[in-house]
Structure formats: C-alpha cells, structure tokens
Design a protein around this ligand. Structure first.
Ligand code: F6R
Length: 368
C-alpha cells in the first residue's frame, strides 16, 4: 500500500536509498564484492571476451551505465543493445560472449526472447532482475537479483537505481575475478558506493524545490536534456520519464552532439536540463559542458542545471541549479537521476495526471 504517500511512484522514489543499500547488502566482505550467486562461474567470467547487455527502456539506460563501469574496471568490451533490435539482426555470439539481460519484471517478452536467442546461439547468460523466480531469471545461467522490493508504479524509479548498483557490483566482481582490479581501488569504489544511500537522502530533501520548478514549467511544450559521459544515460532517462508521465515531448542528447544537429532546436525560452559533470572530473568534461551551456544560453535556452554542491562555474549561466552531493564520477548518476524522476512526477501531478498509471502503458510488456 501507499503508506501515506500520494502515489506509489512518490513512495518508490522515497525508497531509493533502501533500494541501493539492500542491493549491496551481504555482497561486500573485507573490501571486496562477493556475489555468491556467481560461485562456480569464475572460469566462465575469466574466459569471456565480450559482454552484450540486452534490455528495454529504463533498464537499457542502466545498461549504458554498466558499460561505463564494467569497461573501466574489468577492461572487457561491453555493448548495450535494445532487446528487440538484438534478436532480429543475427548478432555474432560465441561461447565466450556473456549476454547480460536487465529486467525489473523479468517478464519483458523481447528481453526474454533475446536471452533465449543468446542461449540457442551458444552464448553464456546472466540476468539482473528484481523479481524472484521470474521467467528471465529462470532461463539464464545465473542471476544477480536487485533488491528494490516490489515496484508498483508503471514508471521505473527505484528498480533503476538498484539495477545500476547491481551492474556496478557485477563490474567490480568481474574485474576482481579477471585480475584487473587493484584491491585498494576496488575497496575505495565499494566505500563510495556504500555512501550513496545517505547522499540520495540528501537529494530527496530538495524535493520541495523541484515541485515548485515543475509547477512553473507545467505548460512547457518540449523539454530537452543534455548530459555527457555517465550524465548521458541520465539525460535519456530524464526525457523518457517526462514523456511517459507528463506526455510532454522530451529528448535526451549527449552534450557533445549539440553541434551535430540538436542545437538547431534551441530558441528563446526552450527549457534544457543539463546534467553537469563534477568539476573534479579528471577528463575535464565539466569545462566542456559549461561551454555547451554558454552556447545554448546565448541562443535563449532556459538552463536547469543539475550540478555538484560548490560548483560555482554554472551559476552565471543557469536559471536554476539543483544541487547534488559530491560523489565519485561513476556514482553520480545514482544522484543526478533523482531530481529528474521527481521533476517528471511533479510536472505530471501539476497537470492532474495519474502518475502511477500513465495512459497506454503497462507495467510489464509481455507481448512483442
Ligand atoms: C520506464 C519503464 C520501462 C521499463 C521497460 C523494461 O519507466 O519502466 O521503460 O524499464 O519496459 O521493463 P523491465 O525492466 O521489466 O524489463
């Protein structure tokens, strides 16, 4: 039951710190990730030469984040593909390919069929699933469960952060098994991940601010989302949430793509959410994104920046700044996504829409 919340979605967003914490629980020992469910698979994990992630919708965006983490830590190539594209294009699979499926429900037909296709073509399979005993989990060689608890609202929120957490745990496990992870680096990453639930709590405290923002913006016709590196999948997710809940045209872009087309969309008053990388980012992506902000601001865009606490470089150019606590770059998405989920929910609420049951959508898509 909703337990005092206005919607299941509001309740489930409030449960995100627990979704992350419970997904980590029992899987860290002495500064190392230990996944007992993968026991006996070390040989397979050492032998694989490629990972293909298959998923749909929000789950596929968690897969994109998994790619950044797994490639960085385990130094193995990762591709991410929508399940319904994967299974119809004769992908190249070998016994050294690990197909990782991600599904909250574990019943999404296209993802299930992608897993069956992978098995039939000799690949190894692992699923990341939130529902005990679901079909996809049963079909796969192994399953790493997310422990977000039952997700009732059609739009995925807490399952998404749990999926990212599980993928990161898997990435650290894989890197260790393959001998790619410096134990000190691994321990530091784990400590950073364990600190995330508390930081999500802090982001949730800004909720009233976002409610105001959503009210002001409830007559927007289109909203754009920009991000870079791990902010890019979050931009895609922010746009998807707004489409499905508030029925507003929304698009997410990689900030580096702006000049290759999307900047033509910018006209005076166009709202643009920008997920700003940390100024501490070693690749200096922060400066690049700030310069993107300047470019679109000069063309009249209304900038809604999601930026780290203390990042003053965005202040002169942003109309609104939503602050997130400091976190290691790879873990920032677990924080930056929260304001975007809240924004979509609040804007839909301001428009009088049912946030738990958006029109035309079903919680699990068991048909093709
Ligand atoms: C969006 C959303 C969907 C699901 C997608 C996959 O908010 O919920 O995009 O993420 O339908 O569903 P699962 O994870 O059950 O396979």
């Amino acid at each position: 039951e909703k337990g005092g919340w206005s919607s299941f979605m509001a309740k489930e967003i409030s449960e995100e710190p627990d979704a992350v914490a419970n997904t980590i629980l029992g899987r860290v020992h002495d500064g190392e990730v230990v996944l007992p469910e993968l026991e006996g698979l070390d040989e397979v994990l050492r032998d694989i030469d490629r990972v293909i992630v298959v998923a749909c919708g929000t789950a596929s965006y968690s897969g994109l984040l998994g790619k950044y983490a797994i490639e960085k830590w385990a130094r193995i190539p990762v591709e991410v593909e929508l399940s319904h594209e994967f299974r119809y294009r004769e992908p190249v699979l070998t016994p050294r390919t690990l197909v990782v499926s991600i599904s909250q429900s574990g019943e999404t037909m296209d993802t299930l069929m992608a897993v069956k296709y992978a098995i039939a073509n000799g690949a190894r399979t692992l699923s990341i699933c939130n529902t005990q005993g679901a079909t996809i989990a049963r079909e796969s060689d192994a399953v790493v469960y997310t422990h977000a608890g039952p997700e009732v609202a059609v739009a995925s929120t807490k399952a998404f952060v749990a999926q990212i957490t599980a993928l990161y745990l898997f990435g650290l496990h894989l890197a260790r098994v393959r001998g790619e992870l410096d134990p000190a680096v691994g321990a530091k990453q784990i400590a950073e991940l364990q600190a995330i639930p508390e930081k999500i709590e802090q982001v949730l405290k800004n909720a009233p601010e976002i409610t105001q923002l959503a009210k002001w913006m409830s007559d927007s016709r289109a909203v754009l989302f920009l991000g870079r590196h791990v902010g890019y999948p979050i931009a895609l997710e922010g746009a998807l949430k707004l489409k499905e809940l508030a029925y507003i045209h929304a698009e997410g872009f990689a900030a580096g793509e702006l000049k290759h087309g999307p900047i033509a969309l910018i006209e005076p008053g166009q709202p643009v959410f920008v997920v700003v990388p940390s100024p501490r980012d070693p690749n200096s992506l922060h400066a690049k994104v700030v310069s993107n902000i300047q470019e679109i601001r000069a063309r009249g865009a209304r900038i809604l920046a999601i930026a780290e606490e203390g990042d003053v470089a965005v202040l002169p150019f942003a109309d609104e700044v939503i602050r997130i606590p400091l976190a290691a770059p790879l873990f920032e998405p677990l924080l930056t996504v929260i304001p975007l989920q809240l924004f979509a929910m609040e804007l839909a609420t301001a428009k009088g829409l049912d946030v738990d049951q958006p029109r035309n959508l079903a919680k699990s898509v068991t048909v093709e």
